[in-house]
Design a protein around this ligand. Structure first.
Ligand code: FE
Length: 237
């Protein structure tokens, strides 16, 4: 399916607001699993991170949400649901692109395909929601997710879809990318190595070529997987 064929910015997402309220009421927001390996480093995120240069304050490039977005993702940190793959922590910082200040309380919505290139709910059983989730940014503007390294599907380089909501408005729709060399290393492992010769790589992807370099995650090895991070500059609307 062609992700370029469909580009829509949702103005509001009342349903998500409802879901969040429900999860908060049920204690879902407090049920976050522990991230022993990902101690928040004050100097690398939020305002201090901007000041230290660790967080770059630039407007995150808008990119198509593609055909696989579902607006009923659960508020949860661990979106893995037992899916096999190289462990990946996503540390996504939301900053105001004009003031460079961290934005607390933004809803960050992520979704990506599994190691076999399949999106839950759309290409699998309708009720599946694996590898989809929503987190609210903390005081440093950080939303953390625990997931697996995405697989790939024909026509696209490896990517994670992201949407940022503030006050019921979508303020950013983008895609996050991976350095090819890191993906090569991850894909030498199981189960990715059952599907060799991914195509295209970053340079051959026409969506990546429109700002992908600025939305490429920084990856650091951690245990058997990676911790990835990026700051997304958004304009409050
Ligand atoms: Fe996609």
């Amino acid at each position: 399916m062609d992700e370029r064929a469909r580009f829509s910015r949702r103005e509001t997402l009342a349903k998500l607001g409802g879901l969040l309220a429900g999860a908060a009421a049920a204690g879902g927001l407090k049920a976050a699993d522990s991230f022993g390996a990902v101690e928040d480093d004050a100097a690398s995120s939020g305002p201090a991170g901007v000041a230290s240069g660790a967080v770059t304050c630039v407007l995150a490039p808008e990119q198509t949400e593609g055909p696989y977005y579902l607006d009923d993702a659960k508020v949860r940190r661990n979106i893995t649901e037992g899916k096999a793959g190289v462990p990946l922590v996503l540390k996504l910082t939301v900053v105001d692109a004009s003031s460079c200040k961290a934005i607390k309380g933004a809803l960050v919505d992520v979704w990506h395909c599994d190691a076999g290139g399949v999106y839950s709910g759309v290409q699998s059983t309708a009720d599946d929601r694996f590898l989809r989730g929503v987190q609210r940014t903390d005081v440093k503007g950080v939303a953390l997710f625990r997931t697996i390294y995405p697989g790939w599907y024909p026509g696209r380089t490896v990517h994670i879809h992201v949407m940022v909501h503030i006050g019921g408005n979508v303020v950013h729709t983008g895609q996050l990318y991976f350095p090819d060399a890191v993906t090569d290393a991850a894909y030498r492992r199981s189960p990715y190595n059952r599907r060799p010769s991914r195509d295209p790589r970053n340079a051959g992807d026409s969506i990546y070529s429109n700002g992908g370099k600025r939305s490429t995650l920084k990856l650091v090895k951690s245990g058997s997987g990676y911790v990835s991070s990026i700051a997304m500059g958004v304009v409050r609307s």
